[in-house]
Design a protein around this ligand. Structure first.
Ligand SMILES: Nc1nc2c(ncn2[C@@H]2O[C@H](COP(=O)(O)OP(=O)(O)OP(=O)(O)O)[C@@H](O)[C@H]2O)c(=O)[nH]1
Ligand SMILES: [Mg+2]
Length: 682
């Protein structure tokens, strides 16, 4: 799980607030009675209501208008409330506490030391919580235009007004009832946090208020952030913010996380977060929401925009399929064009003409032959040498990296545009045949990049059954990006048909296995239900941030793994372990799959270095049919070490091992069959 911790003073946020007026803040009344003050917060006594006796008793203890008190705790069922005044503690009966009118002090004015306050961003999916989190903490994070981008908690720290805060970004939720694992993660925070910032999509007020009203009942200090404020105007929406604030009885701040507007206002409002007095009728709450929306929101008629027309087309039964095929094809063409362009015109020439001679020369000066071998290996071919500075760099930076960035560039665009949930609608019918619904297509698409985030993203699915089926599909339908890159770049020497054949076989196997698991698993597939966010033109700067986050991940996680793999191979080679293992596995590999014995060690270490195992086929000079068999086997026979552990965690050891064993058997059986057919035919 990744937890980001970062200290950035929020004062540095460049804020050009235009719409939120100070006037709305002044109208907000901050006087409450003592029972409504949250624990450990200070307040100034403003007035003591009630008769002479009440006033007198409190006065004797120094609790008079103007005094500062801290509420320490409250008993359940309207029991006494403990307060502290100048180091002394008093218990005040509930009816008496109701008569003490106070003004909560900003957290910074609080008497004594003030611990770090935990603030949680809660709201429906896709309302901009993560972008807001990034704007406040200054952390680069991945956001996308579909529900379920965030699946785990991300924590950051920031300072504002001399106080320290911890900010938590949670997965989106629609209500306080929980349906999925992501819901559960978010819900725990309602109790664990000190302050809730409820983020609302201002262009979808009615739907968002459902959660808001439920959260208000959690009796936690809360404030509401009306995000997407930049989008309200051209959607013909106007919202009377002071009126909404009055009804909800908590501060409401308008923000555009995209344009960085209103962030400072939001931070200023944090100390004013309070427990609302709004009464809520669970039975009638949609009526209540309707009334609120009618009171505060005005809609103007406007014409369909180009993006809305595009949305209609991409959801149309035929238009949708045309778009899906078009998008898939365009993605492949762009990824190949950018990837190959970078390799052929820039990286490979740079490596061959400048880097390799330089590094060979430098390493030549090192006296130890063993170290020389570790660094540059024993061959001048960068795919055969197993040197960390030659094979390691060549595979990681010249062969895989260009495909990695070009894939995430195109994928990031589709994510931000909002195309993925529409693709889910188009493929839903097809996916139903495998016991899945269309939403599983998003994790599957993610799996084309790297299996680990794809496996984690299955947490938004509602049932264990769906999770199992989706994970089986993720693991089998297509290799991860580094493997795909290597299959394409090595496979092209044998021709396009060879490459296509490999992918088609993998796809058929994946679908076959899913049909099988679907039949065996008890239960039925869930109904499909998802929100379709409006199409939005992706912002180049956000796309750049997201690409940067993924590139950093590549350099910090994938590149070291590739180097480690090359290093292991190098040492095994040096110690003659490869030779030994090769001798043992030689016959079985040759008999069952028709592959040369040198493939045995690649299989052995493929578990550790799966992403690069295909690349290691290069020195073996395989025939086309051997390359097909080798690639299919190496893609399927085991998940890489990272996905192996993620699977164990997500599904539990028993189910995960069952799937892994099943896929291994299939890999063995299918490669054997391809080999047998080849022998019979040729
Ligand atoms: N126009 C506009 N777009 C925004 C704003 N805030 C966020 N977005 C976009 O809305 C999409 C969703 O943003 P996220 O931050 O991923 O939303 P989230 O609430 O974290 O979503 P989940 O993690 O899925 O619950 C992204 O494409 C953002 O770029 C905003 O104020 N205005
Ligand atoms: Mg998010």
């Amino acid at each position: 799980m990744f937890m980001i911790k970062k200290d950035v003073p929020a004062e540095i946020i460049n804020d050009h607030d235009i719409k939120q007026t100070d006037e709305s803040d002044h109208r907000y009344s901050s006087l409450i009675n003592l029972t409504r003050l949250e624990n450990n917060r200070s307040a100034k006594v403003i007035e003591i209501q009630g008769g002479h006796q009440v006033v007198g008793k409190l006065e004797a203890m120094g609790i008079v208008p103007g005094a500062t008190v801290v509420k320490k705790s409250a008993s359940i069922m309207k029991g006494p409330i403990v307060i502290e005044k100048a180091g002394m503690q008093f218990a005040v009966g509930y009816p008496m506490a109701e008569k003490i009118i106070i003004e909560p002090l900003a957290w910074d004015d609080a008497a004594g030391h003030s611990p770090v306050k935990k603030i949680v961003l809660l709201g429906n999916p896709n309302v901009g919580k993560t972008l807001l989190f990034s704007r406040i903490t200054g952390t680069g994070v991945v956001t996308a235009n579909y529900a379920g981008t965030t699946i785990d908690l991300v924590t950051g720290k920031f300072n504002y007004g001399g106080r320290k805060y911890e900010l938590i970004d949670a997965p989106g939720i629609y209500s306080l009832e929980h349906f999925s694992e992501a819901d559960e993660i978010a819900l725990k925070l309602v109790t664990d946090s000190d302050i809730i910032i409820n983020v609302i999509d201002a262009t979808n007020l009615e739907r968002n208020l459902n959660l808001t009203l439920q959260l208000l009942q959690a009796r936690k200090p809360m404030l509401v952030c009306l995000n997407f404020w930049d989008d309200t105007e051209h959607n013909g929406i106007s919202i009377d913010v002071p009126a909404l604030q009055k009804i909800l009885d908590v501060p409401v701040v308008t923000v555009s996380a995209l344009r960085k507007e209103g962030i400072a206002k939001l931070l200023e409002a944090i100390p004013k977060a309070r427990i609302s007095n709004l009464t809520y009728d669970a039975e009638e709450h949609w009526n209540q929401i309707g009334n609120i929306v009618n009171t505060v929101q005005k809609l103007e008629h406007r014409h369909h925009t180009v993006l809305e027309r595009l949305s209609d087309f991409t959801l149309h039964p035929i238009g949708g399929i045309i778009t899906a095929l078009g998008v898939l094809l365009t993605t492949l063409v762009i990824v190949r064009f950018i990837g190959e362009g970078m390799i052929n015109n820039l990286l490979d020439p740079f490596y061959t003409n400048i880097y390799a001679p330089l590094i060979m020369n430098l390493v030549g000066h090192i006296p130890s032959e063993f170290i020389q071998g570790l660094l540059v290996g024993y061959s001048t071919d960068p795919l055969e040498s197993f040197g960390i500075l030659t094979s390691g760099i060549y595979i990681a930076l010249v062969q895989v990296f260009p495909y990695f960035i070009s894939f995430y560039f195109v994928f990031g665009f589709l994510e931000d545009l909002g195309y993925l949930p529409r693709l889910a609608v188009v493929v839903d019918n097809f996916f139903h045949r495998f016991g899945l619904h269309g939403y599983s297509s998003i994790p599957v698409m993610l799996g084309l990049g790297c299996k680990v985030p794809a496996l984690l993203s299955t947490r938004v699915l509602n049932s264990q059954r769906e999770k199992i089926l989706t994970i089986a599909l993720i693991m089998m339908s297509a290799p991860c990006l580094p493997q795909t890159a290597m299959i394409v770049s090595l496979g092209m020497h044998y021709g396009v048909t060879t490459v296509l054949f490999i992918f088609i076989i993998l796809l058929i196997l994946a679908l076959g296995i899913n049909i099988l698991i679907n039949k065996k698993l008890p239960g039925k597939s869930e109904e499909f239900f998802t929100e379709l966010p409006s199409y939005r033109m992706p912002s180049p700067s956000l796309m750049a941030v997201k690409l940067r986050v993924r590139i950093v991940e590549y350099f910090s996680e994938i590149l070291p793994m590739i180097t480690l793999g090359v290093l292991i191979m190098n040492i095994l080679d040096y110690l003659k372990v490869i030779e030994f293992a090769t001798n043992i596995l030689k016959k079985p590999v040759e008999l069952v799959m028709g592959l040369p014995p040198e493939i045995a060690p690649i299989m052995l270490m493929g578990f550790l270095r799966k992403d690069v195992s295909i690349a290691l086929l290069a020195p073996l000079h395989l025939t086309a049919h051997q390359f097909i068999i080798g690639s299919i086997f190496l893609v399927l026979y085991t998940p890489c070490i990272a996905s192996f552990f993620t699977m164990l965690k997500e599904l539990g050891a028993k189910i995960a091992l069952k799937i892994i064993t099943l896929v291994f058997i299939v890999a063995l059986a299918v490669t054997f069959m391809i080999h047998a057919i080849y022998i019979l035919v040729f």
